[in-house]
Design a protein. Structure first.
Lengths: 415, 412
């Protein structure tokens, strides 16, 4: 199946993205599902293009790998919103669109006469989503954040790190602060799009990164609300009010299995677990009937852990993972991101996609989708746009601007 | 109930349990969907029984704060779906619903005789979302996950921690939240598609694949440049490799286990940080004179900044640095957020709702605010089976005699 020929569930939806590093992943969620996402960047390109790593290791605005990933399937134009002609162009683009995604500081767009109030007067069906560090209002609305700071203030970091508390809490990796924010911005926008089908009117969606992270910390918030207690961070497992046994164990090949648990298993699964260890003569004394009592297993958790550690040290992590899953135990294996892409199961599911970079004469393997739609599939329509790649297509082809005018706008830095 | 949200009028049959599925349906319920949890005492959601709230009745399926927070605004019916009469009721419920969601292992619904094909016979435009660990196809479809497993298998754990030592991973089930977000997103898009085309569909979600999309640049750096993620200096932990900048880390503050995150990207921010520190002589040394130099001498720099922060109050220092426009924030634990965060208080992020067994408690609020049709927190989580009668009579139109017959047959 060629994804370019498929029709995603958001086909027909036009989205204008006035994003930055924080919001561009949200735009990707729209674009890969079929929406026509037009990304507006400042002349010369968005600062996110300067974030590496880069193709070939050499900085270049069209070769930032995080930018490539977050901007698949979009079209890209440039526009300096502070130029007066630019605002007219922006307004006519908005007129032809369903959604505006923006991540400017609170008050910035209203200061240019381009706030929700003004835009919605001309276009009442517009859904406008504003993603900001703390939302549009409140005592912290103007504070400065980075992804690290957002993870600190919002709570995820306090739960993550090592048993050794002389080491600071460590945020989870991969820029997840922006992902969590982007997920909520997407959900809020889609709610408003659905509502518009019934009401005929758009609305303004105010999304706070701080709040998005604050409701993405699982049990920590519950412990605070019900027990008024903080949870204690631990290596490779849940932060808890009272410490728990290690669940990340090193194997013969130096790799780790994770999510190792046996306390809550049923008696039948316990028997199978002991039989599994016993096949290699490594069950030690766990076959003793007294371990059939869950209270004994809890009291002997340290000893049971040692038996499992000894087993792991004589088997590869992959063997332990598969053996445990065959028993119905939800154990995992600490894999690198690219390793999982080559996993036979991922290949069975056709998880990755190849994206053409015709400008480089190459195509690359990209991660696939978080969902498999039965009739309206996800798909990468095109690689991320180069700086201003679709200026002529959009301004002249769709907004009717004469080409000479486009040249003039470029000359005085409006595009 | 006169609340009208953007999803009012949408009915969801919710077989989901633990965290990932209920996270998805919490978002739908908060914005007005009628979410009907289908439960059964013989197959109880273990979150109902876990972490009972202090002072609650022991053994009650209604005493968990975790469950309460995740399942507010939903209804609960009890129904044994593997009993022939129970299955018949489930089918009747599906026939008047828009969405079915579950997060069982891949084979469970099929084994009940409720695969997508069967559902589509009952309700042709049904949207059925299956959230499993590994998806419904592929050689490992029968394997299962919980958050930490999915995090480990997707690469997220590997990317989290300090270089040269084992992974710190995630101290909670980040992937239960996130699989839930993708579950909700898929439903909203499928509803949009149904509005335009009249078509329903089956959506297969794998929790591991939901994690894999969050590691995109790491996968691409390997497939494009052949560069592995773990290498000297990586994973970055609290440092910043892209862009390379320093100081950018988490530093100890006064008090027990108190920390502040500070991110300096520009020379202006560096000058402001030096000013806050009282411009000590070391700030002017050549080894810290440019961003490149600061990155090169990051270890010494972290040590010096940390010596200074160690005597400061984390919250007070946050405000002092922010006043100088330096991105900085204390590492807030959950008590800090629930009790002492002025922004969350201003935004009324922790509203209170009363629960018949647990009494009044705070709940996590909503991070997206729709100007015309905001979400809302209307009622606490349902007691087990509290809405069975209402759903059977008012939604399915069963008579007293029919309900009595079902009760006799121990269907609920």
């Amino acid at each position: 199946m060629n994804p370019r020929q498929t029709v995603g569930p958001l086909t027909g939806l036009r989205v204008v993205e006035l994003a930055d590093e924080k919001l561009q992943y949200c735009g990707k969620l729209f674009a890969d599902l079929g929406a026509d996402v037009i990304k507006i960047e400042q002349p010369g390109g968005d600062p996110a293009r300067r974030i590496g790593p880069f193709y070939g290791g050499v900085p270049h605005p069209d070769r930032s790998i995080p930018f490539w990933y977050d901007n698949t399937s979009k079209r890209g134009i440039t526009l300096n919103l502070a130029a007066s002609d630019a605002q007219r162009l922006f307004r006519s683009l908005i007129q032809r669109s369903d959604v505006l995604l923006e991540a400017r500081p609170p008050g910035y767009l209203p200061g240019l006469g381009l706030g929700y109030e003004e835009l919605s007067q001309e276009h009442p069906r517009l859904v406008m989503t504003s993603l900001t560090p703390f939302g549009q209002h409140g005592p912290w609305k103007d504070l400065k954040i980075s992804e690290l700071v957002s993870m600190a203030l919002g709570g995820p970091m306090a739960s993550c790190g090592y048993d050794d508390h002389s080491v600071p809490p460590v945020r989870g990796g991969g820029g997840q602060g922006w992902h969590v924010a982007g997920h909520y911005a997407f959900l809020g926008t889609m709610m408003a799009v659905l509502r518009r089908q019934a009401s005929g009117r758009g609305q303004w969606v105010d999304c706070s990164i701080h709040e998005a992270l604050s409701c993405t910390t699982e049990g920590a918030a519950v412990a605070a609300m019900y027990e008024q207690k903080p949870v204690i961070r631990q290596t490779g497992r849940h932060a808890t009010v009272t410490p728990s046994a290690p669940s990340q164990i090193q194997c013969a090949d130096g790799r780790y299995v994770a999510g190792v648990g046996w306390l809550r298993v049923t008696d039948a699964t316990w028997e199978q677990l002991v039989a599994w260890l016993g096949r290699d003569g490594m069950a030690m004394d766990l076959g003793d009937p007294r371990y059939r009592d869950v209270a004994v297993r809890a009291a002997e958790a340290g000893h049971i852990g040692e038996v499992l550690e000894a087993y792991c040290l004589t088997h590869t992590a992959e063997e332990v993972f598969r053996g445990a899953q065959a028993l119905g135990l939800t154990w995992g294996l600490v894999r690198s991101p690219y390793e999982v892409v080559h996993d036979p199961h991922s290949q069975d599911r056709g998880y990755t996609v190849r994206v053409e970079h015709e400008d480089l004469g190459q195509s690359f393997q990209y991660p696939g989708a978080p969902y498999v739609f039965g009739v309206s599939p996800w798909g990468v329509r095109r690689r991320a746009p180069h700086v201003g790649e679709h200026n002529e297509e959009v301004y002249c082809g769709e907004l009717g601007l004469p080409k000479e005018r486009l040249t003039l706008l470029a000359e005085y830095g409006a595009i | 109930m006169d609340y009208r949200g953007p999803l009012s009028g949408i009915r969801v049959v919710d077989f989901s349990w633990i965290v990932a599925g209920p996270q998805a349906t919490r978002i739908l319920a908060d914005f007005g969907a009628q979410v009907i949890r289908v439960e059964y005492e013989g197959r109880i959601d273990s979150i109902r029984m876990g972490n009972p709230s202090p002072g609650s009745a022991s053994g009650s399926p209604n005493a968990s704060g975790m469950f309460n927070n995740l399942n507010r605004n939903k209804l609960s019916i009890t129904l044994n779906a593997v009993h022939p009469m129970g299955l018949e009721l489930v089918k009747r419920l599906i026939s008047v619903s828009d969405v079915v969601i579950e997060n069982f292992r891949a084979h469970v619904m099929e084994s009940w005789g409720l695969g997508y094909e069967e559902m589509a016979k009952i309700r042709p435009d049904i949207i059925y979302v299956a959230m499993s660990g590994f998806g419904h196809t592929g050689r490992h479809k029968m394997y299962s996950t919980w958050g930490p497993t999915a995090q480990a298998l997707s690469g997220l754990t590997y990317m989290s921690g300090l270089p040269g030592v084992p992974s710190a991973g995630w101290g909670y089930s980040y992937m239960d939240h996130t699989a839930g977000y993708y579950g909700a997103a898929a439903i909203l898009m499928a509803l949009h598609h149904r509005e335009r085309t009249g078509e329903g569909q089956f959506i297969d979600i794998s929790q591991v694949e939901c994690g894999m999309v969050l590691t995109g640049p790491a996968i691409l750096d390997y497939s494009v440049n052949g560069r592995p993620y773990r290498r000297p200096g990586n994973p970055p932990g609290n440092h910043s490799t892209h862009p390379a900048t320093a100081p950018h880390s988490t530093y100890r503050c006064a008090g027990e286990d108190r920390w502040i995150a500070i991110s300096v990207f520009t020379d202006t921010q560096w000058a402001a940080l030096c000013q806050a520190m009282g411009n000590p002589a070391w700030c002017r040394e050549e080894r810290f004179a440019s961003r490149t130099a600061r990155v090169e001498h990051q270890a010494e720099l972290d040590h010096l900044v940390g010596e200074w922060t160690a005597h400061q109050d984390a919250r007070e220092l946050t405000h002092r640095l922010q006043a100088l426009e330096v991105p900085a924030g204390l590492v807030q634990n959950a008590r800090d957020r629930v009790e002492d965060d002025p922004q969350l208080r201003y935004r009324q992020f922790y509203p209170e709702l009363d629960h018949p067994e647990l009494g009044p408690h705070k709940f996590e609020g909503l991070p997206v605010h729709l100007s015309e049709t905001p979400g809302s927190l209307r009622q606490a989580a349902p007691l087990l089976g509290q809405d069975t009668d209402v759903v059977l009579r008012e939604i399915l139109g069963l008579s007293d005699a029919e309900v009595a017959e079902l009760a006799e047959a121990a269907v609920f």
